[in-house]
Design a protein around this ligand. Structure first.
Ligand SMILES: Nc1nc2c(c(=O)[nH]1)N[C@H]1C(S)=C(S)[C@@H](COP(=O)(O)OP(=O)(O)OC[C@H]3O[C@@H](n4cnc5c(N)ncnc54)[C@H](O)[C@@H]3O)O[C@H]1N2
Ligand code: MOO
Length: 408
């Protein structure tokens, strides 16, 4: 058997055809999951001013352990104004601005007095000699105004979006969520939950892709089911093109070499390329564009093939549309708990479950006894990742390190 491309070659060919979506300015509150289109620079310093890291007393370290007279009371949000001289202190709360003259904070636990009872005019006795700079958070010691807080091409997850907000941004230039139409083809398909007749099966590829697209920060415009009548698929594709809203179309099924291959029959004559990729599962692949230029993936119909194809081809393209710098999953090497056979000449993607009982030595094993059989839609429930075994190998031995991509 000869294969037209390796997995890496097919992914690179698809990525080469993709241009990131035009950026839009979004309020920070609306930017969760979006990708930065340019580097985000801080508008303010973090911290914005010298302030206290503790509830306690601001004072001059140089005055040693002499008792201090409290001359001010400074809460977080106060605008300051006090100026300390020898023998003076200010009662101060965490995050409140350091008064002029002070260079150290003594937490109130290190004093003799009850904190809540101390006021302006009280005397405070220290348990130790304060150290200059102790418990003081200096202006801009984290980020200075003008610094890059987030590079271009990075996803605004919870922490990244919070850092951007903390740095004073009101809005951020991001790439929008790619809008995707999913089409499952096959006379045998019945919408999930509907009654199933002889020869029919519940449609699950559309549901799988719907979840996977959302996880990749895409937006699902529609999930359609189409039968094996070419005119029906043509009409659906024309509607999608006329509508013009989609950034990507993903079809499943009808991509191989059978007698009724509706997707291939309709799209190959229009220039979409269909070829065997050296992988198992997922061998028959199609990629190209509709007449209006919308990129289109034609994935094989088998459910495990769809899951793998999404992972190695479609997800990188969705991330590239968003301008993400990192478009492939990290690969880690984990020992195989058991051995298994792999097909000749094809890179194998084995759905694996992870044994985490020893936190210092996670191991992987095939998610089911059925291995990487591409029809095993039920096995997907137990897959926590994909073990990638090179085409040259014909088996994995117990204890051998294998490349693993963990998936959420
Ligand atoms: N003579 C050959 N036959 C096949 C070859 C080959 O090289 N020579 N390749 C095999 C491989 S590998 C794959 S993968 C499949 C791919 O075939 P298609 O892309 O044409 O997919 P279908 O035939 O339409 O469906 C395959 C299988 O998956 C089920 N299916 C399809 N869509 C869904 C869905 N939305 N939800 C759930 N299940 C779905 C369908 O019922 C079939 O069982 O071709 C091999 N054959
Ligand atoms: O490539 Mo097919 O996906 O092995 O079943």
């Amino acid at each position: 058997m000869s294969f037209a491309r390796t997995v890496d070659e097919h992914r690179e060919a698809a990525l080469a055809a993709i241009t990131p979506l035009a950026p839009v300015e979004l309020p920070v509150a609306a930017a969760l999951g979006r990708t930065t289109a340019t580097a985000v620079r801080a508008r303010v310093d973090i911290p914005a001013f010298d302030n206290s890291a503790m509830d306690g007393y601001a004072l001059r370290a140089v005055d040693g352990d002499m008792p201090r007279t409290v001359v001010a009371d400074i809460a977080a949000g106060a605008s300051g104004g006090a100026v300390l001289v020898e023998g003076e202190a200010a009662r101060i709360m965490t995050g409140a601005p350091l008064p002029a003259g002070a260079d150290a904070i003594v937490p109130h636990e290190r004093t003799a007095e009850t904190f809540r009872e101390v006021g302006v005019g009280s005397t405070v006795h220290l348990a130790s000699v304060p150290e200059a700079g102790a418990h003081v958070r200096r202006r801009a010691d984290d980020v200075a105004a003008g610094d890059v807080v987030l590079e271009a091409g990075v996803r605004l997850g919870p922490r990244q979006r919070a850092a951007v907000a903390a740095a004073g941004a009101a809005s951020v230039l991001v790439r929008p969520a790619p809008r995707v139409v999913v089409i499952s083809s096959g006379d045998e398909l019945v919408a999930p939950g509907q009654p199933i007749g002889p020869g029919q099966i519940p449609e699950s590829n559309g549901i799988l892709l719907d979840g996977a697209i959302r996880e990749a920060d895409g937006e699902v415009l529609a999930t359609e089911i189409v039968d094996d009548t070419p005119a029906h698929l043509r009409a659906l594709l024309e509607r999608i093109e006329t509508d013009g809203a989609a950034d990507l179309v993903i079809l499943t099924g009808g991509a191989s070499v059978g007698a009724y291959e509706v997707v291939r029959d309709v799209l190959e004559p229009t220039g979409v390329e269909f070829l065997p990729v050296a992988m198992q599962p997922g061998k028959p692949q199609g990629f190209g564009a509709l007449a209006s230029g919308i990129p289109v993936f034609c994935l094989p119909g088998n459910p495990v093939s769809v899951a793998v194809s999404f992972e190695v081809f479609v997800r990188p393209v969705l991330l590239r549309l968003q301008g993400r710098s990192d478009v492939t999953r990290p690969v880690l090497q984990l020992p195989a708990a058991v051995g298994w056979r792999t097909p000749p000449e094809r890179e194998q993607y084995m759905p694996v479950a992870v044994d985490r009982s020893d936190p210092a030595r996670w191991t992987v094993r095939p998610a089911t006894a059925g291995g990487s059989g591409s029809h095993r839609a039920g096995a997907l429930a137990h897959a926590e990742g994909w073990a990638r075994v090179p085409a040259e190998k014909d088996r994995v031995d117990p204890g051998e390190l294998v490349d693993v991509m963990l998936v959420p």
